[in-house]
Design a protein around this ligand. Sequence first.
Ligand SMILES: [Zn+2]
Length: 249
Amino acid sequence: MHKDMDRLHELQEIDSAIGELQRELRGLDDGSGLRARLEGEREELARRRSAHYDNHTVQSKKEAELEKADEKRKALMSKAYGGTISNPKELETLEKEIASLGRTKDRLETELLALFDTVDRENQSVKEQEALVGSLERELAETVATFEGERERLNGEIAGLQQERAEVSGSVQPASLQTYERLRERAGHLAVSVIEGRVCTACRVNLPIVQIARLTQGTEFEKCESCMRLLWIASEPDTDADDSASAAD
Ligand SMILES: [Zn+2]
C-alpha cells in the first residue's frame, strides 16, 4: 500500500465523523416551528381577550342602565302613589312612563342573562388559551435550552475532530492530500473505500484478487475500477472475525 494510505484512511474516518456531526447539527430542532405556533396562539389569546373585554364592557353598561331604569321607576312609583298627584291625566302619564320603564327593565334583564353566559364562556376560553400559551412557552424554553446544549456539544466535538484532522493531514504528502481532496469532491465526500472480504464497501463490487495482492504488497495507490475510490485494506483483515476464530479454536 502507498505509505500515506493508512493516514488517508484515518483522514476519511475523521471527515466522515465530522460530516455525521454536521448533519446532526443541521437536523437539530432550534424551536422555530414551535415559536411560530406560539406566535399564532398568542394572537388567538389576544383575540379572545379582546372579545371578552368588549362583552364585559357591554355587560357593565347594561347593568348601569338597568340600575338607572330601576331607580327611576321606583321614584316615579312613589311619586304616582304617594298621594300628591290629584290630576288623573298626570297620573295616567306617570303610569305609562312606569310601564315603559318596566319593559326596559325586563328587556335589559333578558339581555344581561344571555350576556352573563357569553362572558362566562369567554372567560373560560381565555383561561384555556392562557394555559396553552403558557405550556407552549415552557416547551419552547426547554427546546431552545436542549438545542443550545446540543449545538455546543456538537460544535465542541467537531472542533476536536478538526484539530485531529489538521494533525493527520499535516503528516501526509501534499500530493496525496490533493488526490484525496479531489476524490472527495467528486465522490460524495467518500474518497477512501475499505475492502472487506474482497468487496469494495463503497460500491459493493467484487475486487480482483490480483489487485488486492498489488495493494497489500505494492507501494502505489490502488483505485476501485468501478467507483474510482482509493482502496484501503486493514493490515490484519481477520481482526473483525475474532469471534469465529475463537469459536474455531
Ligand atoms: Zn468501488
